[in-house]
Design a protein around this ligand. Structure first.
Ligand code: ATP
Length: 243
């Protein structure tokens, strides 16, 4: 279980301090498929980066399975079982797809196992396994390779930031299956996905809504989804400015 206690993140924006995350406290339980959603600019990616250790909160603590991970680096957090897939995957010059999967797995993954991960994300493994992870790969291919690395990592908590971006419809159907399989493959594993996609929201156990850096709602999908889909919802999270 991951507990966020009063997490705040402020950034210096052209000499002015802006509060991007404002005192968020929430629990991310084990063994769940959780979707974090909310309007653009609400702070979802920032919160995901705080969980992964890419950025440090200005204030507040993160407790993962009883251990305070606030001051842990990305690598230490990865070792403790947190896996993160970027919204914009990183390209590593000189590294092949197989190298990348082996680094993710933390062991000398066999070619056949590496191929299985690639096939699961819909890539024809023999075409990709020896390819260099560089600018010649398309955004969708990189995204899928990134997802395969999180699968290879065998994490307790997997965080995906807008995994559907740049993914075609066929692959999106596949992606839904991957998330479901990932969660079921390991007891107590939680998969957190940041998404605006209704189809992902529909299969979530829990939905978390962030807006303007604040936690607006958290609860079972069957309670939260109808509210999000209602036409009044946009006004609730972003009230109209009166004349
Ligand atoms: N380092 C930073 N300095 C200044 N502003 C930042 C910084 N990081 C994020 N922001 C701003 O904070 C807000 C939240 O950004 P974030 O990327 O977390 O939103 P998001 O909810 O993931 O949005 P989207 O749905 O569009 O991906 C945005 O207005 C963004 O411009």
């Amino acid at each position: 279980m991951l507990e966020l206690k009063n997490i705040t993140f402020s950034a210096d924006d052209s000499g002015k301090t802006s509060d991007i995350i404002r005192g968020i406290s929430l629990m991310i339980p084990d063994d769940k498929f959780i979707v974090i959603t909310g309007p653009n600019g609400g702070g979802k990616s920032t919160l995901a980066k705080i969980i992964a250790g890419i950025i440090k909160p200005t204030d507040g603590r993160l407790i993962f399975n009883g251990t305070d991970i606030t001051d842990m680096s990305i690598t230490e957090r990865a070792r403790s079982g947190i896996g993160f897939a970027f919204q914009q995957p990183v390209r590593f010059k000189g590294l092949t797809v197989l190298d990348l999967l082996r680094i993710a797995a933390g062991k000398n993954l066999s070619v056949s196992d590496a191929c299985t991960y690639l096939s699961e994300v819909g890539l024809c493994a023999k075409d990709y396994i020896r390819r260099e992870v560089n600018a010649s790969l398309s955004g969708g291919e990189l995204k899928r390779i990134e997802i395969a690395t999180v699968m290879a990592r065998n994490v307790k908590l997997a965080v995906f930031d807008e995994p559907e971006a740049g993914i075609d419809l066929w692959s999106f159907n596949n992606l839904i299956r991957i998330f479901e399989n990932m969660r079921k493959a390991e007891q107590s594993r939680t998969v957190v996905v940041i998404s605006h996609q209704e189809r992902l929201l529909k299969i979530a156990d829990e939905i978390i809504v962030l807006s303007d850096g604040q936690l607006i709602k958290q609860g079972p999908a069957e309670d939260i989804l109808p509210e999000i889909m209602s036409s009044n919802y946009a006004q609730t999270i972003c009230p109209k400015i009166e004349d």
